[in-house]
Write a protein that binds this ligand. Structure first.
Ligand SMILES: Nc1ncnc2c1ncn2[C@@H]1O[C@H](COP(=O)(O)OP(=O)(O)OP(=O)(O)O)[C@@H](O)[C@H]1O
Length: 312
């Protein structure tokens, strides 16, 4: 078995009397992307700070690339790439100069360094801006450069703390592709995000934190199967049809303005036979359905179900 990229066991952090991480456990398998999601104040940033040796835990254990964060912080720092830590890049230098500086600091050697800088400028869509000073970069360009700086030397494990917050859709895609390329090249990724579609898009595993506890951990599909929320939406042309269908299908919720009826699906049920049965019944009663869509639970449903369940 390949050793885990990140291993967290019983990790606990207190600020005064407040326990902000309460014996959390999770693993980032090598060569995979794990997303850490959770509402504001759940403890995501604290976890990332402990893993990157910027803060100390009060109890428990965390290992990054096999190195203990407490016992071997230098080993952790050598193995990890952390975005955000280069936000203090030199604003007077150009993007290219910043990258070259980083290549020199990483002892890449002149030729390899120059080639890597070219590659990164290309990959992060910064070729046109390469020779302009950073002070002229937009927020999205700075964030792309920030990630590029982290990748000058390919780290074994990379931790991305909300990498796409505030980015436009095209910059988000650029970053997502860069993350996929990284994983293909063998890097393991821990990603915190407030965008559930991002977790769904990128992550092999999702860990849901709430109030300092891990409330769920699994593949996106496993988590989606755990929550109700699937339904068939039937759309009607007039109120009469809507009324008739509503009478017939007890338990469905109606939207009068949208002339729509949501028929809940039993867990895991979105099968063709269920649909056929439903349409046959409506047809038999002479009720015309204008449109039909199937809604399967997404990570939003998971997030709300799990985090509200626990806090209520
Ligand atoms: N230095 C500190 N001193 C006291 N409390 C802190 C400190 N840093 C964080 N906290 C508290 O710890 C809890 C977890 O915060 P953390 O920033 O880790 O959450 P988060 O999940 O990253 O939230 P967000 O999505 O808002 O960034 C919060 O209740 C926060 O107020």
């Amino acid at each position: 078995m390949t050793p885990a990229a990140i291993e967290v066991r019983d990790l606990t952090k207190r600020y005064g009397t407040a326990t902000v991480l309460d014996r959390i456990d999770f693993t980032v398998p090598a060569g995979s992307v794990t997303a850490l999601i959770g509402p504001n104040g759940a403890g995501k940033t604290t976890t990332v700070q402990i893993l990157s040796t910027l803060r100390k835990a009060d109890a428990g254990m965390a290992r990054v690339a096999g190195c203990d964060v407490q016992g071997d912080p230098d080993g952790v720092r050598a193995a990890i790439g952390l975005t955000g830590q280069f936000s203090a890049v030199d604003k007077l230098l150009t993007g290219e100069e910043n990258l070259r500086l980083m290549a020199r600091l990483s002892h890449l050697g002149r030729r390899r360094g120059a080639a890597r800088v070219e590659e990164l400028l290309e990959q992060f869509d910064l070729v046109d801006a390469a020779r302009k000073p950073l002070s002229t970069y937009s927020g999205g360009m700075q964030r792309r450069l920030d990630l590029a700086m982290t990748l000058v030397r390919t780290p074994e494990v990379i931790v991305l703390d909300e990498p796409t917050t505030g980015l436009d859709p095209s910059s988000r895609r650029t970053l997502w592709n860069a993350v996929r390329d990284l994983v293909d090249a063998g890097t393991s990724v821990l990603l915190t995000t407030q965008y559930l579609d991002e977790a769904d898009e990128l992550a092999d595993r999702v860990v849901v934190l709430d109030g300092g506890r891990v409330v769920a951990d699994g593949t996106p599909d496993e988590l989606k199967r755990r929550v109700p929320g699937g339904h068939i939406r039937l759309q009607f042309g007039d109120t009469r049809s809507l009324d008739a269908a509503h009478r017939m299908l007890g338990g469905a919720s109606r939207g009068d303005t949208a002339l729509a009826l949501d028929v809940p699906l039993a867990e895991g049920d979105g099968s063709v036979s269920t649909l056929r049965h439903l349409l046959t019944r409506l047809d038999g009663a002479g009720i015309v359905v204008d449109d039909l869509t199937i809604h399967t639970p997404d990570l939003d449903d998971v997030f709300f179900a799990l985090t509200q369940e626990v806090s209520s």
